[in-house]
Design a protein around this ligand. Structure first.
Ligand code: NDP
Length: 257
């Protein structure tokens, strides 16, 4: 993990779940971070907490909606000097919305999922690629999903966005092959985050019961793998890695207590 020390790392979706834990572990190992999300208050809280433990760290909270291309371009053009040429980008922001079969899909949800999980990743990636290409180095990590490999019922669009992300990740690795940029996909299985709370429209009861009896991963488990992928020797790349709870054999086969 030591290779991450003093690197500049941009993390989307750092206000909760995986992104929050990713920010914590990267700072713990000496990285400077730009933490982004729509909920700035949460980012400010995270900054204060991190600075308490790691006063030497540079931390820049940035209010950012990844679906708003103009806002993304503007935000990246105004990064502080130390953060203007990120070494690592972690495209983590993402959403699943609803439980509808294809027959009942709601257009607004389809648009939101594609805008966030696919277009948002492209918009943000476009902001760091020029400087990574110029410096001939950099790591781009896309947080996909096991559902980018398999599909399940009632999550067709979410699965489609993560399949699309996988395609984009693979294409980007090919397009940057003439450089030393490394492109990584981390595909998690079920974990305890705010993901289901968002998916259920903030129905706490329902979101808690969805994973009832399953020994889930924690966000820290995913953060460790992300840090591992980001801190390999520049001569190698973790192209794709899946991480799931031991109780989740694949997206459909689960052991419940
Ligand atoms: P959370 O809901 O806890 O976190 C999602 C993060 O994305 C939040 O910080 C949220 O911040 C941010 N976000 C959502 N929409 C936008 C937007 N338009 N612009 C900027 N930021 C946005 O869920 P997870 O931590 O679980 O999700 C992180 C990633 O992991 C996602 O890509 C998800 O698809 C993926 N994943 C999750 C799994 C799980 O079981 N939890 C399994 C497999 C993959 P804010 O609302 O403040 O903007």
């Amino acid at each position: 993990f030591e290779r991450i020390r003093n690197k500049t790392v941009v993390i989307t979706g750092a206000s909760s779940g995986f992104g929050n834990s990713i920010a914590r572990i990267f700072v713990k190992y000496g990285a400077n971070v730009v933490i982004t999300a729509r909920r700035l208050d949460r980012l400010e809280e995270l900054k204060a907490e991190l600075l308490d433990k790691h006063p030497e760290a540079k931390i820049h909270p940035l209010k950012l909606d990844v679906t708003d291309k103009a806002a993304v371009v503007e935000a990246f053009s105004k990064l502080p000097e130390w953060a203007s040429e990120p070494d690592v980008l972690i495209n983590n922001a993402g959403v699943a919305l609803g439980f509808d079969p294809v027959s009942d899909l709601v257009e607004e949800n389809i648009t939101k999922m594609f805008d966030t999980n696919v277009k948002g990743v492209v918009f943000v990636t476009q902001q760091v690629l020029p400087s990574m290409k110029k410096r001939n180095e950099g790591v781009i990590i896309n947080i996909g999903s096991l559902l980018g490999i398999h599909s399940v019922g009632n999550l067709s669009i979410y699965s489609a966005t993560k399949h699309a992300l996988r395609a984009i990740t693979d294409s980007l690795r090919i397009e940057t092959n003439s450089t030393k940029i490394r492109v990584v996909e981390v595909d998690p299985g079920m974990a305890e985050t705010e993901f289901n709370l968002v998916r259920t429209g903030h129905d706490e009861e329902l979101s808690k019961n969805m994973y009832n009896g399953v020994d889930l991963m924690t966000p820290e488990d995913v953060a460790e793998v992300t840090l591992f992928a980001a801190s390999r020797h520049p001569r190698c790349v973790i192209s794709q890695v899946s991480i799931a709870p031991q109780a989740q054999a694949n997206p459909f086969i689960l052991r419940r207590n």
